[in-house]
Design a binder for this molecule. Structure first.
Ligand code: GDP
Ligand code: ZN
Length: 293
């Protein structure tokens, strides 16, 4: 049975890439009965009627799936945060990081618009980049105006299925455009295909960039911790996972427990105070399950 990967979903058709050829497939009725819908990113088995058309017969087990955008088997999320306009916020970044980590997706931090920085702000941003690199995150600094900085993103995307995420206005479409200038889309045109425009459809597409694939629709737009449990929160802070092995109590939640190694690590600056404060903030939020955004 031939196999391929769904690259695009549009008007009931799934476009399956099988080693470079694209076959326009319909889903079989069986999916509707089982309430499984094929998703962009799915690895599928299909039956070809001819060179160009066929039917999807089976969907391989998914590593994960996102609801918005509807896409399966996402490897990583590039979290785009502008250095300025809008101002860089570690609080919002940490929120995105926790959401992405809780989906078992690898986050990559992209700090954009670095062409707009003066020396003082540049130093501050580099300090933050350093903090996050120490935790183990990959951090890339970009400017859509400097082609060379965008080329640093390319190797990050290779071999992976990536979704971009981040507030509106941070430069996601500009980066995508710089990565694939041949698409010749204006940023506002991309924005409307990004689902914010009037002609919103369920169109989702994986764009080939180098040897990787990038979703043309940004993800993680709902920013509340709807399904995250309190005891899983610390697991979304890699530097806390390490320290928590030394907490006196098993199941320590690093709030008011005595002899908490996480709190000691904050005192010695091994864990950044702002990261721990965000942990506390998210903890309270999950406890009361009242979304802040
Ligand atoms: P999106 O909403 O995240 O897709 O952001 P856009 O790509 O639409 O960019 C929002 C605005 O920021 C536009 O006016 C862009 O021209 C501008 N912009 C994006 N990237 C950069 C950058 O690297 N440097 C500067 N100076 N402006 C940028
Ligand atoms: Zn603890």
């Amino acid at each position: 049975m031939p196999e391929g990967k769904i690259m695009k979903a549009l008007s009931g058709f799934y476009y399956v890439n099988d080693q470079g050829s694209v076959i326009q497939c319909r889903g079989r009725g069986i999916f509707r009965k089982n309430k499984i819908t094929p998703l962009v990113g799915d690895y599928v088995e299909y039956q070809a009627d001819n060179d160009q058309e066929g039917y999807i017969l089976d969907i391989h087990e998914r590593k994960n799936e996102l609801v918005r955008p509807p896409i399966a088997n996402v490897d990583q999320a590039v979290l785009v945060f502008s250095a300025v306009e809008p101002e860089f916020s570690t609080s919002l970044l940490d929120r995105f990081l926790v959401l992405v980590e809780s989906h078992q997706i690898r986050p990559v931090i992209c700090i954009s618009k670095i062409d707009l920085l003066d020396d003082t702000k540049q130093k501050k941003i580099e300090q933050f980049a350093d903090d996050y690199r120490k935790i183990g995150y990959e951090v890339v600094l970009t400017s859509a105006k400097w082609e060379e900085s965008i080329t640093h993103l390319k190797p990050v995307l290779d071999e992976y299925v990536t979704v971009f995420a981040g507030q509106s206005g941070v430069g996601k479409s500009s980066i995508l455009n710089a990565l694939r200038p041949d698409l010749e889309l204006k940023t506002d045109e991309i924005s409307s295909s990004l689902g914010r425009g009037k002609h919103t459809t369920r169109h989702v597409e994986l764009l080939e960039i180098g040897n990787g694939f990038v979703a043309d629709t940004p993800g993680f737009s709902a920013l509340e911790f709807a399904t995250l449990e309190l005891e899983d929160l610390a697991g979304c802070f890699p530097e806390m996972v390490e320290a928590s092995e030394r907490c006196k109590f098993r199941g320590c939640l690093h709030m008011n427990e005595p002899k908490c190694a996480v709190k000691s690590a904050v005192e010695t600056d091994e864990i950044k105070l702002y990261r721990y404060e965000h942990y506390q903030q998210f903890y309270e939020e999950i406890k009361s399950r009242k979304p802040r955004y």
